[in-house]
Design a protein around this ligand. Structure first.
Ligand code: SAM
Length: 237
């Protein structure tokens, strides 16, 4: 099911589609090495252990090729696996059992094609900071979460100054302003507008409160290069 209207996407959204079109085929292989697997299984366990034994509907937002989706099919009656990249969704769909209780949806996380309060839990694993508008995506997550539901997400909370220079997005923006079309920038010059941004805990707290939510727990992990990634567990009172 696709709810993508290319004419409404921001440059960063389109770039994510382009990037993952070329990554999708090798994505699962790329993250199969021991460190990535240990991290991935750890996060999946962390989240699923917070859930009751049986849950109704869970939204895995920015699901990629469905690594967390697969783990969620144990407790959930239905998992909705949503991503902006149809290539990543196809790879996920190809690798999960055909009878898995999963609905694959192509849509930007900033504009979810669901009614209010229909999910018992929502999660974003390694996805929120790739979205063009994290605040909009957080508000959308809260809109579709039922009161009392669980919301888990990851976001970088600190990026060292040396990683903030990001020459490719700068060059991309300059050339876009000069009128160079995006396709030429991605395919010929390998430039993209994807920036890595960090939101400090207090800013995330403000957004969550404004969306009607409450943070229950935050855990920080320092990755190589000094980037601090924060795991949030939140709810909707
Ligand atoms: C680093 S991958 C993580 C995938 C998966 N959650 C995992 O942990 O393996 C980031 C994913 O976010 C998706 N994504 C990026 N921007 C998005 C947006 N605006 N809405 C929905 N998905 C998005 C990408 O297509 C990609 O599949």
């Amino acid at each position: 099911m696709s709810f993508i209207d290319r004419s409404t996407l921001r440059d960063q959204n389109t770039a994510q589609i382009e990037l993952h079109r070329s990554l999708a085929g090798e994505y699962r292989e790329r993250y199969r090495h021991t460190f990535a697997r240990v991290f991935s299984e750890y996060w999946n366990r962390q989240f699923t252990s917070q859930l009751p034994d049986r849950v109704g509907r869970i939204l895995d937002c920015g699901c990629g090729t469905g690594d967390l989706t697969r783990a969620l099919t144990a407790p959930a009656a239905r998992v909705v696996a949503l991503d902006i990249s149809e290539a990543m969704l196809s790879e996920g769909q190809r690798t999960l059992p055909e009878n898995a209780p999963v609905i694959w949806v192509a849509s930007p996380g900033e504009r979810l094609p669901f009614h209010d309060t229909v999910f018992d839990a929502v999660c974003f694993r390694g996805a929120l900071h790739h979205m063009a508008d994290e605040t909009a995506a957080l508000h959308e997550a809260y809109r579709v979460l039922r009161p009392g539901g669980l919301f888990a997400f990851q976001l970088p909370s600190h990026i060292p100054a040396r990683h903030r220079v990001q020459p490719r997005p700068r060059a991309y923006r300059l050339l876009r302003r000069a009128g160079v079309p995006p396709a030429h920038l991605y395919r010929r010059l390998h430039l993209h507008p994807i920036t890595m941004s960090a939101l400090p805990h207090d800013r995330v707290g403000e957004i969550v409160r404004a969306a009607g939510g409450r943070i229950l727990d935050v855990r920080d992990e320092t990755a190589t290069g000094g980037v601090v990634s924060s795991d949030y567990l939140a709810t909707k009172p």
